[in-house]
Design a protein around this ligand. Structure first.
Ligand code: ADP
Length: 196
């Protein structure tokens, strides 16, 4: 029985770290649209050329482009047994596209994890990350605009998934191990329902 998990949270919430741990625990691929887009940028593809300035500004890459990219990734053989979606969906149309895509394969989102971190903590973490990793979208100005985009466009998805009883909030302002334990507890809780 495939298990499909959605991870979301503000930039700098640590969702990437948690997503990668959970994906290996569950034995399913982690599909990060941020990583996929960065790979397009690095390879200089058409999509990469369009995405680069948008990502650097902190805005979202247009839905149709991201949805097409995600669909191709989900159709790869390693994702037939379920996947962990990291950073997708980020908008209401993306959430609808994910539902449709999974439905076509007889699958459905089984659990949604929201890694919650307050704005001041995020800004501090991201500015530190920019010094360590040199990501071009981690400048203080971009961080503020990514955060605003998150609150406006992505956070409303919480309500949508809450209504469907899929939503689990995890406090991300704690050590990685503590967050990971809560993530696993939420998935186990949902697993009873998924496997029932
Ligand atoms: P973070 O969540 O830490 O900001 P990501 O690596 O998930 O970083 O995303 C980096 C950037 O890639 C985003 O700011 C956005 O420009 C683009 N991006 C990633 N995923 C999506 C998506 N699902 N829809 C639109 N744009 C996206």
């Amino acid at each position: 029985m495939p298990v499909d998990v959605v991870f979301f949270g503000p930039p700098g919430s640590g969702k990437g770290t948690q997503a990668s741990r959970l994906a290996s625990t569950l034995g399913i691929p982690q599909i990060s649209t941020g990583d996929l887009l960065r790979s397009h940028v690095a390879r200089g593809t058409e999509l990469g050329k369009i995405a680069k300035p948008i990502m650097d500004s902190g805005a979202l890459v247009p839905d149709d482009l991201v949805i097409r990219m995600l669909k191709e990734r989900v159709e790869e053989p390693d994702a037939t047994g379920g996947a962990l979606f990291d950073g997708f969906p980020r908008t209401v149309p993306q959430a609808a596209a994910l539902d449709k895509l999974l439905q076509e394969e007889g699958r459905a989102v089984g659990v949604v994890l929201f890694i919650d971190v307050s704005d001041p903590v995020i800004v501090e973490r991201l500015v530190r990350r920019s010094l360590l990793e040199g990501r071009t979208d981690d400048t203080p100005e971009t961080v503020t605009s990514r955060l605003r985009v998150f609150r406006e466009k992505t956070e409303p998805l919480a309500e949508l998934y809450r209504q469907r009883n899929l939503f689990h909030r995890v406090d991300g302002d704690r050590p990685v191990e503590a967050v990971a334990a809560d993530v696993l507890a939420a998935v186990n809780h949902a697993a009873g329902r998924i496997l029932a």
